[in-house]
Design a protein around this ligand. Structure first.
Ligand code: UD1
Length: 371
């Protein structure tokens, strides 16, 4: 039996960890899962709401690190996680995604000689100003098993000289959650409560430091939203970081006066999924949402200059518009000019709802191969 510590820390981790922990609980004869929450995200709407919606068990250990600068937060996670690993002596530690919790916990294990598996390995934006890119690069260097979501990720790892036996293409585990919870999400009342039932609307998410921490860029995005908002309402669940920046940069009035823009509190997994699945258009700087819209066949305009998920552009519905207002508007109007597609979306290989089991199989096979 393999004892595995599963690490979750921030909002985009929860929908990746949930199906893995559920699969381990189902396969009790083979796995003994432990769930650790670092506390990188801690607001009800950023954490508990996701545990509830995704039916996740209470974490065995909550590190409660909270917010801080990158160095202080990464260090706090490392200091709190090390004694847990020393006490539990797991066979594997499984980290997901690209947040500070991912790198911090992988680094602790690498130093202690504990095996680490990285889920969502190999993605590269090639933009080292993104904190996530640094987290991805370093985590992949030190993890023992690199579980990739798409063939481009395998190619990136090979190009970095990572030996073949450390790489395993398993598919996209976040899509396990999407496919499981989509029918349940449709019972949510959020769309009706917003008055969007049967209507065209767009969703906006915005939280990257490169967009919201820079006044000029943020103001430019608002110009584009003003124009798009004349065509259809844009619902904007606001990330706490973005809310803070709106206040600090004096943009509160400007945001309030942007016609068509409807600010709401950050929403949980099921509510967001319902909003997403009925949207006519999605505007985002998130990584995961580019993937979810691809599977749902909904046009996505990405407000970034690059993506670490090129398959969502090549096969999916994603357009990289950057942050220039004219380019954002053009991409949005182009998407709105096309009729809603009735054809089944093109879904990348192994984004099929069975990735969690392939991850578990990969861990077992790797242990067997090592004797
Ligand atoms: C983090 C991840 C990012 C991910 C995003 C999703 C890193 C480097 N970044 O960015 O990859 O896309 O989560 O949400 O790990 N805050 C709260 N309540 C919370 C959490 C945060 O108020 O529950 C506020 C705090 O003011 C905090 C700020 O948001 O300082 C930023 O939080 P942090 O976790 O540092 O980064 P995110 O921007 O959320």
């Amino acid at each position: 039996m393999l004892k595995v510590i599963n690490v979750a820390g921030a909002r985009p981790n929860f929908m990746k960890v949930a199906p893995i922990v559920a699969a381990m609980e189902r396969r009790q004869a083979e796995f003994q899962p432990l769930l650790i929450h670092t506390g990188q995200h801690y607001d009800e709407s950023m954490s508990e709401a996701f545990f509830r919606d995704l039916k996740m068990p209470e974490p065995e250990v909550y590190l409660g690190v909270g917010s801080a600068s990158h160095a202080a937060q990464t260090a706090a996670i490392m200091r709190a996680f090390e004694p847990v690993v020393m006490k539990e002596k797991p066979d594997w530690v499984l980290v997901v995604g690209d947040v500070n919790s991912t790198l911090a916990c992988a680094l602790v294990c690498a130093k202690l000689g504990i095996k680490v598996a990285h889920v969502e390995a190999g993605l590269r934006s090639r933009d080292r100003t993104m904190p996530e890119e640094i987290n991805r690069l370093l985590t992949d260097q030190i993890a023992d098993l690199l579980l990739t979501p798409s063939p481009d990720a395998d190619a990136n790892l090979r190009a970095e000289g990572i030996p073949e036996e450390r790489i395993r293409f398993v598919g996209n585990v976040m899509i396990d959650s999407l496919l499981e919870y989509l029918p349940i999400a449709n019972r949510s009342r959020i769309r009706e409560d917003l008055g969007f039932e049967g209507k065209d609307y767009a969703i906006l998410t915005l939280h990257r430091p490169s967009n919201v921490d820079q006044l000029q860029i943020f103001a430019g995005i608002l110009d584009a939203l003003e124009e798009i908002g004349r065509r259809l309402p844009i619902v904007f669940p606001v990330h706490p970081r973005t809310l803070k920046m709106i206040g600090e940069s004096g943009l509160t009035e400007r945001v309030r006066n942007t016609g068509g823009l409807r600010l709401i509190d950050a929403v949980g997994y099921l509510g967001f999924l319902q909003l997403l699945s009925g949207a006519r258009l999605v505007l985002t700087d998130s990584g995961g949402i580019q993937e979810e819209t691809t599977v749902l066949g909904i046009p996505c305009v990405t407000l970034r200059e690059n993506t670490e998920r090129p398959i969502t552009v090549e096969m999916g519905t994603n357009t990289i518009a950057g942050t220039n207002p004219a380019n954002i508007t053009k991409a949005a109007f182009r998407a709105l000019g096309k009729p809603r597609s009735s054809a089944a979306p093109r879904v990348p290989p192994l984004w099929d709802g069975h990735t969690a089991d392939r991850i578990l199989d990969a861990l077992l096979e790797r242990m067997k191969a090592e004797g």
